[in-house]
Design a protein around this ligand. Sequence first.
Ligand SMILES: [Ca+2]
Ligand SMILES: [Ca+2]
Length: 280
Amino acid sequence: MVSKSLVLRVFVMLFVISLAASSAVVFGETAGLDETAGMEFAAVKGGCFQMGDSVGDGDPNERPVHEVCVSDFSMGKYEVTNQQFKKFRPSHDSGKFEGVSLNENNQPVVNVSWEDAVEYAKWLSSKTGRTYRLPTEAEWEYAARAGSSSAYYWGNDASEACKYANVSDAAAQKKYPKWRSFNCDDGHLVAAPVGSFRPNAFGLYDMLGNAWEWVEDVYNAEAYSKLPKNNPVFEGSGEYRVERGGGWSNGPMGVRSSHRVGLTPTFGHRSLGFRLVLVK
Ligand SMILES: [Ca+2]
Ligand SMILES: [Ca+2]
């Protein structure tokens, strides 16, 4: 005979499982949601960290490694999706890659310029009465590292990548031998629905891989020798803005917490999107 307490335990267990399942599928409607934006944000406690190539395998523009301190902020848990961006610009086309769509609702919006991203943040701010903006480069790296000082937020082991990030994997390597790739399988050739992989220690998804992410800063290769320690942002002259994190067609060098690239702010590409900061 089944005891009442066992029945109760099973009932509680099923209830917990159903809660977990519903929070997994009802994207954008769980705790931490900014109701007006239909977007989830994670509160990031400010602090100080070593910004730059802490491992020693990066590019010259990631040095010198230097201490940076950022104030508290709220970071989008996910890259902005096509569905979210198309509320602003219904005609937007993220495109496709070799016949595979990049326009699915929960894929990250891509083929957006830095200017598009800034316009979207302004539009969302005006619609909601709150203030959204792109993260600064320092906020982005602090959030991506989530306390880690390794090349990736899961450590230095590239073969672990496919648990945490949508990257160019072994299957992509077979299909596109020229791509630099990780030696693991992540199950996605192009952009994956946001949040498909494990989050970092701050509860942020896809900070590495999936879509590259525009940040606020003007790109400057020597920025790290020039900027102040507290809440730095490079706003000097320069023809490029910074993109971070690597994307679905990048390998171990491009998908690192300290990797930085500059791109013309009026350009977009198939694996470049963004996420937002919610200003309190
Ligand atoms: Ca992949
Ligand atoms: Ca990303």
